[in-house]
Design a protein. Structure first.
Length: 453
């Protein structure tokens, strides 16, 4: 029992000691926290005081800046009022000066207005004139003069007025001349070469037998990529080689519009290419027919010459149809009239295929060629209607290809058929004439044999 009491007392003592230690620690923590709060509040108070002092110091600076800005604004307002007043006074003075200028100019004002208008119109003409290729810089002077008179109302001097008149007079004078000069020409391949150029007034520029064009924007002289027909090129070469004598030369009074359309006209080769595959087939068939016709023409001419020579000779030769037919008489000297007639008919019939060889083919070509042209026409119209179906009729260029094929193939078919028909008729007539001679001579032989019997 004593042991238990001692034990309990010792536990209570330990608990009291522990509680007192905990209470002391907690009291120490609260004191430290309170002290820390006091120190933080003091530091914040010091910082706020510093901020207030800084704000008060800057407030004086802000007041100074505000006063300075207000003074600047007031000065600007005074200056604005002064300038407005001066502007109004200047407007009245300018109006008075303009009235005085107009009164002093009088009719000269209309003169300068007309001069400005003429300078602007003439400038555009000079830019596109071929004479500027020989005499550059004229359009720039007129352009500067028109702009200066229009923008700043600058009055032209006597020298400038005289130069405008001089340039217009020189344009008219040079328009009636054919002159030669050297300048840089851009060839069709892109090379720049210094060449002698012949100028025919404001209508044409020629060099080395080729037509040139003048670009007023760049001031360059260049060869036309596509030249007109050969007859125009030959006239251009003759003009350049002329030493003063008269030569025929075509000019374009529209300033290049007609020449531009002329060089766009397709050549014969391009026309044929428009016919397409059908066109090439027609030409191939026509070439075959032409070769056959030439061969028959030469052969029948030679045969007719030999036959005519045989008619004048009593000696029969194997190098011509008449001689071969007449030899039948000597081959069957004892044959009666009917037998001789049969033998001669046989000999003539053997000569007829040789005389009419290939004539049937020529006749067929003359009939087939227009039919092939009709085939090309139908094919071209089909292409045209397909283009209309896909793209409508808004752009005629889309239909031009099919229409060109239709027309070109028709023309090619007629071009082949007409000469083939004429050649067939001529060759057939020659062949029949030779056969007629053979039949005539054979009839004579039969008649002679009948009289003898």
């Amino acid at each position: 029992m004593k042991f238990n009491m001692k034990h309990i007392l010792s536990v209570v003592a330990i608990s009291v000691l522990s509680f007192s230690a905990t209470a002391n620690d907690r009291a120490l923590d609260l004191d430290a926290l309170l002290k820390q709060l006091e120190q933080g509040q003091f530091a914040q108070t010091q910082e706020n005081k510093a901020r207030e002092a800084e704000f008060i110091a800057k407030r004086a600076e802000q007041d100074r800046i505000l006063r300075q800005t207000r003074n600047t604004r007031d000065n600007a307002l005074k200056l604005s009022e002064t300038l407005e007043t001066q502007f109004e006074e200047n407007e009245f003075k300018l109006a008075d000066l303009n009235d005085a200028l107009n009164n002093r100019l009088g009719s000269l004002k209309e003169l300068f207005g007309v001069l400005q208008q003429v300078s602007g119109d003439t400038k555009n003409k000079f830019y596109n004139s071929m004479i500027s290729a020989q005499i550059p810089g004229r359009a720039e002077f007129l352009d500067e003069m028109a702009q200066s008179m229009g923008a700043s109302s600058k009055l032209a001097s006597i020298q400038e007025i005289e130069r405008v008149w001089f340039e217009m007079q020189r344009e008219m004078t040079e328009s009636g001349k054919v002159t030669k000069f050297e300048t840089t020409v851009i060839e069709a391949g892109g090379n720049k070469v210094n060449k002698e150029v012949v100028r025919v007034g404001p209508f044409a520029l020629v060099s080395d037998g080729k037509f040139l064009e003048y670009n007023g924007v760049t001031g360059n002289v260049a060869e036309l990529i596509r030249q007109p027909a050969d007859r125009f090129g030959s006239s251009a070469a003759a003009l350049q080689a002329s030493n003063g004598e008269l030569v025929e030369f075509g000019i374009d009074p529209t300033g290049g519009s007609i020449l531009g359309l002329l060089v766009q006209a397709p050549t014969l080769k391009e026309r044929v290419e428009q016919g397409g595959l059908v066109g090439y087939i027609i030409l191939a068939v026509g070439a075959v027919g032409l070769l056959l016709a030439l061969e028959r023409l030469v052969s029948l001419t030679i045969i007719r010459t030999k036959v005519n020579k045989q008619l004048k000779s009593d000696t029969f030769s194997d190098n011509n149809p008449l001689g071969r037919v007449m030899k039948v008489k000597d081959k069957y000297p004892e044959a009666d009239t009917e037998a001789m007639e049969l033998h001669l008919t046989e000999a003539i019939l053997s000569e007829v295929p040789k005389l009419g060889r290939n004539l049937t083919i020529i006749k067929i070509i003359s009939v087939v060629a227009p039919l092939m042209g009709l085939l090309g026409t139908v094919t071209g119209m089909i292409n045209t209607f397909q283009a209309i179906t896909l793209f409508g009729t808004g752009d005629p260029k889309l239909m031009a290809g099919g229409i060109s094929q239709a027309l070109v193939t028709t023309v090619l078919g007629l071009v082949v058929a007409i000469p083939m028909t004429l050649l067939y008729a001529m060759l057939n007539t020659r062949s029949k004439n030779i056969v007629f001679i053979l039949q005539e001579q054979a009839a004579g032989v039969i008649a002679e044999r009948a009289e003898r019997s």
